[in-house]
Write a protein that binds this ligand. Structure first.
Ligand code: IMP
Length: 208
């Protein structure tokens, strides 16, 4: 199988590491946005994870002229009508302030008990080709919101997310355990299965 060049449309080093690990030993040469320092990362303006992931992947595919992969993810809480959803990273105002986001979430959920604390992490991967080709993969991880933060691992809402079937929060699991059940781990495994089968066609038949 010929080696395919694939550009990763993220400046988040944690995501780059997880993607590299999940796609290792495939005939892929992974480039990162550091290989395209002039690429203007698009703002996430969409109302769905799919729109935001596609926007990032298509933008880098156009800029670089090569197939590109992006991820968009977040937390959906049933009792909050799916919030924080696509606003997960800046729920409390400032982008990426994990402690403030958790504090706001626990505040919004005060008095909500039992089934009302059900939630899911969602991850959408978008693969885009330079000629407008696209592929989307969506995966979720079901669970519930804990009453208070526990654990030091992971990032984002991990200290308050308890995956279904576990009594520990995501932040109390080691990375391998987290990846085995997380939304991003699942989505990357599905993408890997497709790539191993030589899909999507357009990726493997492109002149790049
Ligand atoms: P984005 O995909 O970079 O827009 O970020 C999505 C936001 O969702 C992150 O900043 C986190 O707050 C949250 N999030 C996404 N994935 C995870 C995860 O695996 N654990 C905890 N929080 C996450």
């Amino acid at each position: 199988m010929k080696e395919i060049r694939l550009a990763l449309a993220t400046r988040n080093r944690g995501k780059v590491r997880e993607i590299r690990e999940a796609l290792r030993e495939l005939p892929l040469q992974l480039l990162t946005s550091e290989d395209f320092p002039e690429w203007p990362v698009p703002e996430e303006k969409g109302s769905t994870f799919e729109e935001n992931a596609l926007e990032k992947a298509e933008s880098l595919a156009r800029f670089s002229g090569m197939p590109s992969l992006a991820d968009d993810s977040g937390l959906e809480v049933e009792a909050l009508g799916g919030a924080p959803g696509v606003s997960s990273a800046h729920y409390a105002g400032r982008h990426g302030d994990d402690a403030a986001n958790i504090a706001r979430l626990l505040e919004e959920m005060e008095g909500i008990t039992g089934e009302g604390r059900r939630a899911r992490f969602v991850c959408v991967l978008a693969l885009a080709g330079p000629r407008g080709e696209k592929l989307l993969v969506r995966e979720a991880c079901e669970g519930r919101i804990a009453e208070e933060p526990r654990g030091e691992g992971g990032f984002g809402y991990d200290p308050v997310f308890v995956p279904r079937g576990s009594s520990l929060t995501m932040a109390e699991l080691d990375l391998e355990e987290k990846n085995s059940l997380s939304h991003r781990g699942r989505a990357l495994r599905r993408l890997r299965e497709l790539l191993e089968k030589g899909e999507p066609d357009w990726l493997f038949s492109s002149p790049e």
